[in-house]
Design a protein around this ligand. Structure first.
Ligand code: GMT
Length: 373
């Protein structure tokens, strides 16, 4: 069994969720997992055997307008690696974690400790932020310095090769789902609270950033409403939310839309949904779509990035051109107005989601860790 260090963002973003779920699954298999972050990851709320959490707390000093978090993180990794005798480090999201992994490994070499690290690329660390000149050279260097690099989809792997000069193999290891948690559970009470019997429930989950194109979710929903009664659940929070709330008022659909904010138990809401919308501009994988599919909810999404690797167009939902709200709404109406069709898509969705079951994916990471040690 291994002693594994995991570095991730503790926030609600997909990369933090994947890192936390992976760590918990490794711990259940008997590995010792050490999370190193500035805050306890959102899904690590309770005590779990084999899981340890090491908080990064940079010292305050009046000179620092911005605390030197990266220095504190590298120092903490060095400390944990030596004291807990880590075998391997797994960093999620290249910025700045691949750079910090490199720094920690090099410092540890001077102390006769070997700490190889895996960098998992998640998406915006490449497509949006990493590609920006303000980070580019450091990100490219750090990816190349990683002992192993993984990407969460083939699309992201290709984009990484197109954007950076990468001299090493990037292995695709898809994101995964835990079916014990994500599954359709009947909850008539909850459904009744949100919609009446004749209304369909359409859902969107995201961090409400521009890249998610939540305006398109509203535009599609407005068109659907012209054909059938429905409610829209918007789950999550982020910078775009206040503007979107205003927009729903201006569009006159406010009464049919519920902004639910961040939710810890998103699966309960997915389980009562009939359709999931994810019209993003970029999406390296689309974990939110997979979570919906595991709860038997078909997905209509953009035909970009990893979404086309997760959703089977015409079977588990539809993938449409970015911004084509006419096409998306026509397909939504087609799915929602025929119970037999909807039921077929629901069954195909869960079947497809099973390809991403955690038990299939976990051994790939374990094999990778052993290969670089
Ligand atoms: O952009 C986000 O939604 C957050 C971001 C993250 O890294 O926290 O998500 C990215 O990683 C997820 C987990 O691998 C993927 O499912 C998302 O598709 C990806 N987001 C984008 O590419 C925009």
């Amino acid at each position: 069994m291994l002693n594994i260090g995991i570095v991730c963002y503790p926030t609600y973003g997909g990369s933090g969720v994947v890192a936390t779920e992976l760590g918990m699954a490794l711990a259940r298999k008997g590995h010792k997992v050490h999370f190193i972050s500035y805050r306890r990851p959102a899904r690590l709320a309770h005590y779990l055997p084999n899981i340890f959490y090491h908080e990064v707390a940079p010292m305050e000093y009046p000179l620092f307008e911005i605390k030197p978090m990266d220095t504190a993180l590298a120092s903490k990794i060095v400390d944990v690696a030596l004291f807990e005798n880590l075998d391997v480090l797994h960093v999620h999201y290249a910025i700045p974690h691949a750079t910090i992994g490199y720094l920690a490994r090099e410092i540890l070499k001077t102390k006769n400790k070997n700490l190889p690290f895996v960098t998992t690329l998640h998406g915006t660390d490449i497509t949006l932020i990493g590609a920006d000149r303000s980070y580019f050279p450091v990100v490219e260097f750090s990816i190349n310095q990683s002992n192993a690099v993984t990407a969460v989809s083939n699309a992201l792997k290709q984009q990484t090769y197109e954007i950076f000069k990468i001299g090493k193999e990037i292995q695709v290891i898809y994101n995964f789902i835990d079916f014990e948690r994500f599954q359709k559970r009947e909850n008539k009470e909850l459904r009744k609270e949100i919609a009446s019997d004749h209304e369909k429930i359409i859902t969107h989950v995201s961090n409400f950033r521009k890249v998610k194109r939540v305006d398109d979710v509203l535009a599609v929903f407005e068109k659907v409403l012209k054909s059938l009664p429905a409610k829209l659940l918007l789950i999550g929070d982020g910078p775009e939310r206040p503007r979107l709330e205003m927009l729903t008022r201006e569009m006159g659909i406010w009464n049919e839309v519920r902004f639910l904010g961040k939710q810890d138990v998103v699966e309960d809401l997915l389980a009562i949904s009939d359709l999931f919308l994810l019209p993003s501009e970029h999406e390296s994988f689309g974990l939110a779509a997979l979570e919906a599919m595991a709860c038997e909810v078909p997905v209509i999404a953009s035909n970009i990035g990893g979404l086309t690797e997760v959703i089977i167009d015409g079977k588990t939902g539809f993938t449409c051109s970015v911004g084509d709200v006419d096409d998306m709404s026509q397909k939504a109406i087609y799915l929602l107005s025929d119970e037999a069709v909807l039921s077929q898509f629901r069954q195909a969705s869960i079947q497809r989601a099973r390809d991403f079951e955690i038990d299939r994916i976990l051994p790939m990471y374990e094999k990778l860790y052993y290969s670089i040690m």
